[in-house]
Design a protein around this ligand. Structure first.
Ligand SMILES: [Zn+2]
Length: 226
């Protein structure tokens, strides 16, 4: 039996997306001893929140590095693509994104990818672009290199897998608090935008690729521990 840790990549568009929407599952994977990687497509320079000079000079990347470190992701498992924030759905950025994600998944021998769902979680075009690029990249890898199972965040909450807070809310808030330019008071749940409050209770996921033939016959080990 192969006891090597799974290699799980969490892919998002913006520097605070992991902490906001995927951090319970990241904590669960890390607690299970799995190798966790994080991919951030942009440096979040298009935000309308925070000091404009700080944001323009890619200061949000440092906030992301601090937030992901606080969750326990090793520094050498982080990848920042520095693509154009707010423009990932444009054809030339989409092409770069898909190519970069393919290289990232292949280089790190990723076996499971977890990203935003088909609706991007909140219909943000950049979020949807990362979902689509991840699906295209994994479909290509399955043909030429190795299969990668993809799970997508389901914001509606009726999904095949739920990762509940399990007492980890303080860790999620501490990671969000690293994003001082965006959430200066994020140590309190009340300071998180209400649109994201359901992600403080639980994160839910559906398998996107390959489609499960018979759920829940073969859930990936990454979810068996939560
Ligand atoms: Zn985002």
């Amino acid at each position: 039996m192969n006891h090597a840790p799974r290699r799980i990549a969490f892919l998002t568009a913006h520097p605070d997306d992991h902490e906001m929407m995927l951090s319970y599952q990241m904590l669960a994977a890390l607690a299970a001893g799995q190798a966790v990687f994080a991919y951030v497509a942009t440096d979040g320079e298009a935000t309308t929140v925070g000091d404009p000079e700080f944001v323009k000079n890619h200061g949000r990347r440092a906030e992301s590095q601090a937030g992901l470190a606080s969750l326990g992701v090793p520094a050498n498992h982080l990848h920042y693509a520095a693509l154009a924030d707010g423009a990932l759905s444009k054809p030339e950025q989409t092409t770069k994104l898909q190519r970069d994600i393919t290289t990232f998944l292949r280089t790190h021998h990723i076996t499971t990818a977890i990203t935003l769902g088909p609706d991007g979680g909140d219909h943000h075009p950049d979020h949807i672009a990362v979902h689509n690029a991840t699906m295209a990249a994994t479909a290509k890898l399955a043909q030429i290199h190795h299969p990668v199972a993809v799970w997508g965040l389901n914001a509606a909450g009726q999904s095949h897998h739920t990762t509940a807070a399990h007492g980890h809310l303080p860790q999620k808030l501490a990671a969000l608090a690293c994003h001082k330019s965006q959430f200066p008071l994020a140590r309190n749940a009340a300071d998180i935008p209400s649109a994201y409050h359901h992600f403080l209770q639980a994160e839910t996921y559906d398998q996107c690729f390959p489609k499960p033939l018979r759920w829940p016959a073969t859930p990936p080990p990454t979810f068996a521990t939560s």
